[in-house]
Write a protein that binds this ligand. Structure first.
Ligand SMILES: *Cc1c(COP(=O)(O)O)cnc(C)c1O
Length: 423
């Protein structure tokens, strides 16, 4: 009989894994790193290497500006249409552009302008800091009288929908929330919050940076107005890869891009003096897009579409469940606190463990075991689960290492005060 914590259990689970072949579609260096930061910077798909070569050598080097008409002009929309399938949007509702912070700014300002007579923006304190900074900047624009209502979590893990819903009123212009919390992995009730906001005439913007490519999202079924998301995390688009934005069809003609450059113009190549926005979501483009970075997003998105987001979610649930089982059996007694919901239906694809020595354990994992996790203040050790290239044995490995580090006190050689932690 195998015990729950035996490595043999992980081996069996790997043997029965229907997605196991996908690991080989990613690049693995000879230096063996066990990687739990795919929720921060996804791994490199092998197909991206070949595409990168073609982009630089043939498309840029050989074809030069002919490539604009051959492919580059269509990239933002074409890849947007593929991402649309992952977020439950229609063709023409998703566009790839800028960074998540920038597209968020564009949409918050646009929504604010469209909601004349309303002054409230509702968000919460578990939101990603950059999102909060952007909302603050948008609320402080000249002639704006917007107030931000920030709902507070009392445990830094969950915020009941009820508390958010009760903060929304007839003065609320916009509700801006992250679908999956970057720290605790809590999944918000997108359908309910959106519906309640609509009852008050508010628009809703969901940031799906931590859910796109990790779990199914259905913007259409939830009647979501606006969305943004990141493509370098679970979509494996590469460092700093451009973000995507979503605008429900019915809103597209009524929203105006506050950074109205020529790529968002109705006819950019007429070079007329006055701005006239494109009739489509393209009006939210600004200047010449970063072609190489946008193009490199596509292989990662293709892999997810091929594997199927439902299948990816199933494996993610199984793997996060497995890690929680191991925590119950062998980490809870060593000072690790589960800082992620236990119930899989309100849990995204990463697990946070609180530990008083979290920062030092994170460092010991890298130095002694080449295991990459990350640390988020005050005490969160985050473990990102990326089913396409992660094995159950990887999960068992981080579990054993965490145990050993604490039992043997391997973390003690690191300073207690956390230094500036990067990424
Ligand atoms: C990762 C992430 C971002 C990243 O924004 P950038 O502009 O790409 O730096 C923004 N919001 C959320 C919720 C994120 O998880």
């Amino acid at each position: 009989m195998l015990k729950k914590t035996d490595a043999g259990v992980a081996l069996k689970l790997d043997e029965g894994d229907p997605l196991s072949d996908y690991r080989d579609r990613f690049y693995f260096d000879e230096e063996e790193i066990t990687y739990f930061d795919g929720n921060s910077l996804g791994r490199l798909p092998k197909a991206t290497i070949a595409l990168g070569h073609d982009l630089i050598q043939r498309q840029w080097g050989q074809c030069l500006l002919r490539s604009w008409t051959d492919d580059w002009m269509a990239l933002s929309a074409r890849i947007g249409d593929k991402i649309a399938q992952l977020v439950g949007a229609d063709k023409g509702e998703v566009l790839v552009a800028d960074s998540t912070s920038v597209v968020l700014y564009k949409l918050v300002v646009a929504a604010r302008q469209a909601q004349t007579g309303r002054s409230g923006i509702v968000t919460d304190d578990m939101n990603f800091p950059s999102d909060l900074y952007i909302i603050q900047a948008a609320a402080q624009l000249v002639n704006s009288h917007h107030t931000i209502k920030m709902v507070g979590s009392d445990n830094d893990i969950t915020i009941p929908s009820k508390e958010i819903v009760e903060t929304i009123d007839d003065d609320t212009a916009l509700v801006v929330l992250s679908h999956v919390s970057f720290k605790s992995s809590y999944v918000y009730d997108m359908a309910r919050i959106t519906q309640k906001a609509h009852e008050h005439g508010a628009l809703v913007l969901w940031d799906v940076s931590h859910s796109a490519g990790a779990l199914p999202i259905d913007f259409t079924a939830c009647s979501v107005d606006l969305g943004v998301g990141c493509s370098y995390k679970y979509l494996n688009g590469g460092p700093g890869a451009p973000a995507f934005l979503y605008i429900r069809k019915m809103h597209q003609s009524g929203l105006f891009n506050p950074i109205s450059g020529w790529f968002g113009h109705h006819s950019p190549f007429d070079f007329v003096k006055n701005y006239k926005p494109a009739g489509t979501i393209d009006r939210f483009l600004t200047g010449t897009p970063p072609v190489i970075s946008i193009a490199l997003i596509e292989p990662g998105v293709d892999l997810i579409l091929e594997a199927g987001i439902e299948n990816i979610r199933q494996k993610s649930v199984n793997q996060t469940d497995y890690l929680i089982t191991l925590w119950d059996a062998g980490l809870a007694d060593l000072g690790f606190v589960l800082k992620t919901p236990r119930e899989s239906d309100v849990r995204g694809s990463h697990i946070s463990f609180g530990h008083i020595d979290g920062h030092r354990i994170n460092r010991a994992l890298r130095d002694y075991y080449s295991i990459y996790t990350d640390f988020r203040a005050p005490d969160n050790l985050r473990i990102g689960i990326t089913p396409l290239y992660m094995t159950y044995q990887d999960i068992h490995k981080v579990f054993s290492a965490m145990q050993e580090i604490v039992v043997k006190k391997l973390y003690e050689k690191y300073p207690e005060v956390s230094e500036r932690v990067i990424i």
